[in-house]
Write a protein that binds this ligand. Sequence first.
Ligand code: CDP
Length: 236
Amino acid sequence: MKKNVLRIAIDGPAAVGKSTMGKLIARELGFLYVDTGAIYRAITWKVLKNSINIKDEDVISNLVSDTCITIERANRKSLNDYFYIFVDGEDVTEEIRNPRIDQNVSQIARLPKIRKQLIYLQRKLAEKGNIVMEGRDIGSVILPQADIKFYFTASEEERIKRRYKELINNGYSIDYEEVKKQIIQRDKIDSKRKYAPLIKAKDAIPIDSTEKSIEEVKDNILKMIKKYRKCREKTN
Ligand code: CDP
C-alpha cells in the first residue's frame, strides 16, 4: 500500500444516501469512488438474464468465476452518470437500477461463496490509491484497515421516500408500498445473513442524515476527513 493513501469506507442500509455522499466526497477530494452494491447488482443482472435459480449457490459461483466485471469512470460532473459498470463488456449501468434487481440482489449477496469470490475484486480496486468505497461490509470485512469509516443511518420512512422519488424520477412506474416492501426486506436479509452482514464496524463514525441537507452532511464529513489528514501529517 502506497504511503499517505487514504481509504474511506462508507457502510449503511438501503437507500440511506451512501452513493450520493460517496460520489460527492470522492469528487471533492479527487478520489476514486467504488459502489460495491453495483457489483452485486451486476452479478444479479447476469443471474436473472441466464434464468438461474437465485438460491443455487454453486451454479451462481461458477457464473461469478466466469464473469468479468469492470468499472470505468464516466462523467464526473453528473452524479447520475458518474461511472459505468460492465458485465463481460456489456454496459449494465442503467439496468442494474431496475426494481427487478432490487427484488433479488440481497438473496444472491447473502451467499457466502459469492461474497468470498468478490472480496478479491473489491480489494484490488481499493489498491488503486485514494478511494471512497461504499457498501455493507466495507469497514468490517473488505477494508478493515480503512483510514476512516462512516456508518450512515436515516429513518426508514425517509429512506423509502428517497428511493421512491429516485425511481420515479428515473422513469420507473412503481408504487410506494412496493418500494417500502423491497427496502424492508433487503435490510432484513442484509443484516441477518451469517456471513459479512450489514454491520457498523466498532471504529466507524455514525452519520445520521435524517432531516439533514446533503450539503450539511457533506461539509461535516469533509471537515472530519480534513482533520484526520492534518493529524496524520503531523504524526508522520
Ligand atoms: O443503493 P442501495 O443502498 O439500495 O443498495 P446498493 O448499495 O446498490 O446494494 C444493493 C444490494 O447489494 C444490497 O441490498 C446488498 O444485498 C448487496 N450488497 C452487499 O451485500 N454488500 C455490499 N458491500 C454492497 C451491497
